[in-house]
Ligand binder design. Structure first.
Ligand SMILES: C[S@@+](CC[C@H](N)C(=O)[O-])C[C@H]1O[C@@H](n2cnc3c(N)ncnc32)[C@H](O)[C@@H]1O
Length: 301
């Protein structure tokens, strides 16, 4: 089987869309240039393993398991392909596209295009704010954007709307977005008062001194973006909501002692995961999770 998409090498970004202190695409590229090689080491941090299990469980049970086995997907801002790889392996007839701004993140994703994954996955370099034709001309059963992607784009409403346009008639758009309320708490907890104030007042802030500013969201704000894009929300939740990260979890390695004390024991990890899964069934949790998870579909025409 040959691929009908090819990797593109031209980034189509539009610096004029910068607003509200959000970074230029060149700043995003430069930031992930420094992170890409070690980005996947996040898998070794016990807090992120908990978070990943919750995301995987929610994504599979509420969305992927309900699709036909040969579903198509778009991983928007898919980075190093952590989620694409897992989906391709768990759903061996699925196929899709990963689009990302960062050549360095894509270079890591390319190393995972081994075996039949190479035929089932196309990597496209491009800007979600100005989607390349190779993506624009396709339709997908599921589109996801995970972990801060929607916070980094200058115009999240426009991006959600243009992704919704790429859904098949019954397709689902899934977003995992940074929670503004969590950002206020987190920054206060680690002594970053000004960042907490910015999160509370402008909704644009950071979690570390070296990262570009990103837009943060409340559950209502995400729901409004979906509504403006003509989508109804089928599921709104948030996680992790019972265990919070500390400064170490914002780095590529290391874990905070409190998190390790709690989650380092596999039996306790399993218990906490079960508690988190139970809580994640409750929509109120969206406001308490580190990240907000939302899945929705286009309203019928
Ligand atoms: C924190 S990483 C998350 C990567 C991946 N989604 C994951 O969960 O592992 C954010 C990703 O968003 C990408 N990104 C940020 N702004 C983008 C844009 N305007 N267009 C495409 N990708 C973008 C970055 O290059 C980076 O790979």
């Amino acid at each position: 089987m040959t691929s009908d998409l090819t990797t593109v090498t031209i980034v189509s970004s539009n610096p004029s869309t910068q607003r509200s202190g959000l970074p230029l695409s060149t700043e995003i590229i430069s930031y992930f240039h420094k992170k890409a090689d070690r980005y996947d080491e996040v898998d070794q941090q016990v807090y992120w393993r908990l978070s990943d299990e919750l995301l995987w469980d929610t994504l599979t049970t509420t969305c992927l398991d309900r699709l036909p086995p040969d579903f198509t997907f778009l991983d928007a801002g898919g980075g190093t392909g952590r989620w694409t790889q897992r989906v391709l392996d768990a759903y061996p007839r699925s196929r899709g596209v990963l689009v990302d701004l960062s050549p360095d993140m894509l270079a890591v994703a390319e190393t995972k295009r081994t075996g039949d994954r190479a035929d089932r996955l196309d990597l496209v370099q491009g800007d979600l704010g100005d989607l390349p034709a190779q993506v624009r001309d396709r339709r997908f059963d599921v589109i996801w954007n995970f972990h801060n992607v929607i916070g980094f784009v200058p115009d999240p409403g426009a991006v959600i709307a243009s992704l919704a346009d790429l859904l098949t008639d019954t397709g689902t758009l899934v977003t995992l977005a940074p929670n503004r309320y969590h950002a206020v708490y987190f920054n206060l907890a680690i002594g970053r008062l000004e960042a907490a104030r910015e999160a509370a007042t402008t909704g644009v802030s950071t979690f570390t001194d070296d990262m570009p500013p990103l837009r943060l969201f409340s559950p209502d704000e995400i729901t409004e973006l979906y509504a403006a894009a003509g989508c109804r929300v089928d599921l709104l939740t948030g996680f992790p909501s019972a265990v919070y990260p500390s400064r170490q979890e914002t780095q590529l390695d290391g874990s905070s002692p409190a998190v390790v004390d709690l989650l380092g024991d596999p039996a306790i990890f399993a218990d906490v995961l079960a508690i988190e899964k139970q809580l994640a069934l409750e929509p109120d949790l969206a406001a308490r999770g580190n990240n907000i998870f939302v899945a929705g579909r286009r309203n019928p025409a």
